[in-house]
Design a protein around this ligand. Sequence first.
Ligand SMILES: [Zn+2]
Length: 180
Amino acid sequence: MAVLLKCPACREKFKYDVSQGWPDSCPICETDINNRVPDNVVVVPAFLSQKSNNIDGVARQVMDGSETRAGLAAAMAGVPVEEMSALKITDLNDRNDTEYAAKEIVNPVTQQMDMIRQRGGAIGFGNAEAQNFAAAAHADSFAPHAGAREMRRLQKIMSPIGQAPLPLEISNNPNYRSPV
Ligand SMILES: [Zn+2]
């Protein structure tokens, strides 16, 4: 099958039958245009762009961070790391074909919510009635901000308490950040 090729040297176009392979030299300027690669060279296509690498990298960092947190939690509770392995994230979707990297949760609660939604019911944060209740709780209910006020009242009454030092396994960890 003849196709139109363009010589990289003289930039002229010529027809060539590529069924037997690419031309060794340009029929117009006779320049050697065969891009010969030794047989022992492994040619790898550049299928990972910087962009896809970065998306992949964020997901990997989240997973690595969760492993560190499992270690910290185990050190705090004084138990082997295996007991905190539930904190490890290993199933993040690092492809970009889904809206969220986290796996979608399907359990009896979400199934019930889906069922209510299918029947036209309103649940979750989209429920206007629930939003009104939440707004009213901070405004004109009989005890607005009751929890926060009680916390401040108790803190005033009680004498200041010092925080116990953390185990060195935690405070010496390079990932540890002091909250104060
Ligand atoms: Zn040429």
